[in-house]
Design a protein around this ligand. Structure first.
Ligand code: CMC
Length: 436
């Protein structure tokens, strides 16, 4: 069990019908202070109402920090732009799981461990074959990742720290294999086994794009871009899918079941599916000259249109991930000789116009990570149906780090929100013959 690092930060007072209730204030290391309402129901017989948890901290966490107004995102204190530039996805995984950047020998050991867990049980291949060919990769991922609990019994005891660690290594290692198998099944090509001499992302690209008929050489520029996309998506504090993983885990469910729950939540278009929508919008606009007209339509509320890839619930400034994403988008399109890509031109013009338009300035609408990730993933050769599966692959390490943190938290309780009930009050059962 880890010790809480929350510090007392004075008192708040809440007046309810003439009675005053003192509530402790709590402080973390960065971010707003919190009013501790844990005893409020006991003491005052009232509950708080906060659909979507917009003002509610569900947990203490020392993994990821976001300051949405300033456009800050840090993993374990390290700014995301520095990690995107200097780190690798596997090193970022270590950072998220263990709290610090690894030394050379820690990294060597971690890389060895992850690499030796990349194969999946051979019987899992038959599991894939049970799906229809046109199954969405995310449908396959939900099913197959949940099924891992049936294959790896020796890492499902959540009370054993060693088993928790093995489960976390297995999940980080096997997600690329499973995502690549979902892709191969989707396109009707044979599964490709992992190769231990390749790095994490090189190996994933090979499992997706090599075929038995010819050799496959990993392009380092494309691999760096995908690795960066994985870093940018690795964690994002208590978002919907992470909260889902924590909620599922709070009941004592095994790690594979919890991650399957996270994948299901991520699948929704309001969460993991936005880059696909941004790409579709760029295709619909088509050419640079149509951008002003499109922006005009977006500003007209009656059109119901939104600029996809713009705006964010938390960031009211430039999404810090979008900057790193834009750099990688350019690198990939340059490498592939696609710098004249009409979609990129439309994206640049759209961003230019929107960033100087009063409507977007006043509402603090800036490009988010999804604005450029769709173009990049398309250029890398992935079909849009794979976009969310790639997000799930990258976010798995964040989910599992948050799941482990929750289990080590002395204040951990089963998640059980309350409600404001508005249904019928008590009434007597009416026999069917007397019902009108
Ligand atoms: N285009 C045009 N207007 C917008 C947009 C947009 N993309 N986003 C918000 N607005 C307007 C909205 O109409 C509202 O205007 P008003 O105050 O006049 O009614 C105002 O801005 C506030 O909107 P909101 O819906 O209350 O803001 P929110 O914080 O609840 O929404 C959002 C955040 C991401 C759902 C929204 O900005 C949006 O729909 N963006 C497009 C979809 C998108 O790119 N999603 C990816 C998010 S990043 C992925 C991730 O981190 O998981």
């Amino acid at each position: 069990m880890k010790e809480s690092k929350i510090k007392p930060a004075g008192q708040a007072s809440l007046g309810i019908e003439g009675k005053n209730f003192d509530l402790p204030m709590l402080a973390g290391s960065q971010g707003p202070n919190a009013v501790d309402i844990r005893k409020l129901y006991d003491q005052a017989d009232v509950i708080t109402y906060d659909p979507g948890f917009t003002s509610t901290a569900s947990t203490e966490s020392n993994i990821t920090f976001i300051d949405g107004d300033k456009g800050v995102l840090q993993y374990r204190g390290y700014p995301i732009d520095q990690l995107a530039e200097h780190s690798s996805f596997l090193e970022t995984c270590y950072l998220l799981l263990y709290g610090d950047l690894p030394t050379a020998s820690q990294m060597e050991k971690f890389t060895y461990t992850i690499t030796r867990h990349t194969m999946v049980h051979e019987q899992l291949a038959s599991f894939f074959r049970g799906f229809r060919r046109d199954a969405h990769p995310m449908a396959i991922m939900c099913g197959v990742v949940g099924a891992l609990s049936a294959f790896y019994h020796d890492s499902t005891d959540i009370n054993d720290p060693k088993q928790r660690e093995i489960a976390s290594h297995r999940l980080v290692a096997k997600m690329p294999t499973i995502a690549a198998m979902a892709y191969k099944y989707h396109v009707g090509q044979p599964f490709v086994y992992p190769r231990n001499e390749l790095g994490y992302t090189d190996n994933f690209l090979r499992m997706c794009f090599s075929v038995p008929a010819e050799d496959y050489k990993v392009n380092k520029v494309l691999s760096k871009a995908l690795d960066t996309i994985f870093i940018l998506h690795a964690d994002h504090e208590q978002n919907a899918s992470t909260s889902t993983v924590r909620l599922a885990g709070s009941s004592g469910a095994n790690p594979f079941a919890c991650i399957a729950a996270g994948i299901a939540c991520l699948w929704g278009p309001a969460h993991g599916g936005a880059n696909e929508a941004a790409l579709k919008m760029l295709m619909e606009i088509g050419t640079v000259d149509k951008v002003p007209e499109y922006v005009k339509r977006v500003k007209d509320k009656s059109s119901g249109l939104r600029l996809m890839g713009f705006g964010h619930r938390v960031y009211k400034n430039y999404d810090p991930r979008a900057k790193a994403m834009q750099i990688q988008a350019h690198a990939v399109l340059d490498e592939l000789g696609l710098h004249d890509d009409p979609l990129l031109k439309v994206a640049i013009e759209l961003e230019r116009i929107a960033l100087q338009d009063d409507y977007f300035i006043e509402k603090k609408l800036y490009p988010n990570i999804d604005f450029y990730s769709g173009i990049t993933l398309k250029a890398l050769g992935f079909p849009t149906s794979m976009f969310t599966a790639l997000f799930a692959l990258a976010r798995t390490v964040g989910w599992i780090a948050q799941w482990k943190e929750m289990l080590e938290d002395p204040h951990q309780k089963i998640g059980r929100p309350r409600q404001i009930y508005t249904g019928p009050t008590e009434r007597a059962y009416v026999p069917m013959s007397q019902r009108k």
